[in-house]
Design a protein around this ligand. Sequence first.
Ligand SMILES: Nc1ncnc2c1ncn2[C@@H]1O[C@H](COP(=O)(O)OP(=O)(O)O)[C@@H](O)[C@H]1O
Ligand SMILES: [Mg+2]
Length: 452
Amino acid sequence: MNKVLIIDDERSICDSLSFALEDDFQVLSTQNPQEGIEIVKNEDIDIVLLDLKIGNVNGIDVLRKIKHINEDTQVIVMTAYGSIESTVEAMKVGAIHYLLKPINIDELKVFMNKALDFRMLNSSLKNLRNIVVEDYSINGIIGRSKAFTNVLGKVEKVKDIDTTVLINGESGTGKDIIAKAIHFQGARKDERIEIVNCAAIPGNLLESELFGYEKGAFTGAVKKKLGKIELANNGTLFLDEIGEMDLGLQAKILRVVEDMTITPLGAEIPKKVDVRIIAATNKNLLEEVKNGRFREDLYYRLNVITIDLPNLTERREDIIPLSKFFLDKYNKKLNKNIAGFSVEAIRVLEKYDYPGNIRELENIIERAVALTDNPVIELEDLPENVLKFQNKPILSNNQYPISIGMSLKEIEKEAILRTLKHYDGNRTLAAECLGISIRNLQYKLKAYNYED
Ligand SMILES: Nc1ncnc2c1ncn2[C@@H]1O[C@H](COP(=O)(O)OP(=O)(O)O)[C@@H](O)[C@H]1O
Ligand SMILES: [Mg+2]
């Protein structure tokens, strides 16, 4: 049962409300505001019914304290005077509804139920927001290779400032995820991020999508529509595939970037907005500028800070951690319990050339998880085009220096530690690669005082 606290200096009101509510709620009441505040501190109160004038105590002060103690406690204020100013103030301080005395019980119950619904929605929203923030936090973004650590370092540097960022990278390299990471880790994370895919929407629609329109701006504009730029006000506008935007619209976007004003279609006066712009493209924009397909001025405005996303083949060290991450993801999603990868499977995954980058790796793992009947992903669970790479040597920045003057012992140690690092600490894979037994590997690691 939900807990209600009544704070009113008139005993008869406390009693009659308690009586009316006690079938549906667990009711506490007090005539002493100080005691009321103590109760809020010690009990998990869902709703407070608060008199706005409790003897000579101002109910607004009590309300403020209650909200300070527990933001989630919903407060409905009751006032005998119908004093507009104090009720308005109460709403500003955080009361969810107000009622005039004498209290109509049916009306009160409706308001109480609404307050509970609101609280529930509010907490699910918070919860969802936390999940999203976590998904786009450093924990949800996989990659510790040098090439990718540089990217994460740049995200860290730009997230809290408003500078325009251009994200460059081939399809599937993680442009979306990086744009969202900048937003959800940054200063604007509590505001909206609006995403517009410039390639997916035809030119003329794209303009109204971005800028919105007034009612009657054109035939078919039966009511006013807010554009994404305005919706993103105070937050972030992510212009995905900006290389696909036509030149006319580019000129309008330039105005947004330069003066932060928009004029919705059919509107007379421009509006001020405050948006942080992140753009992404898989095209070489400078090349597009040279060919007259992209405005040079816009290019320089967008390109204040560039984040270049490496292809997956330039960060092969991340293949194993990414594969494990996607295995977890699809185990959960497809309700499977696949324990890992066979050594042969992981080897070939490391060698494959991924024209579709991370998205392709993700698809390969999803498919394997969905189809396999094996306890771990085996070679036979991987697609034909991947298997063709079985006999290729691993091509990656997996070289390390050996120089004259190093003893065989030192060379061995270097080889062992580098290999282990390459396999993300996985001793089975490292031992297999080095051609020694796991026990032998463990033994050597112990001798190096190695700890993971
Ligand atoms: N570093 C990463 N860690 C985890 N998942 C990633 C990472 N980079 C990309 N992904 C996943 O790979 C897929 C493709 O990434 P996406 O950001 O959509 O690429 P792009 O926008 O460059 O085409 C998405 O499902 C995304 O969640
Ligand atoms: Mg994308």
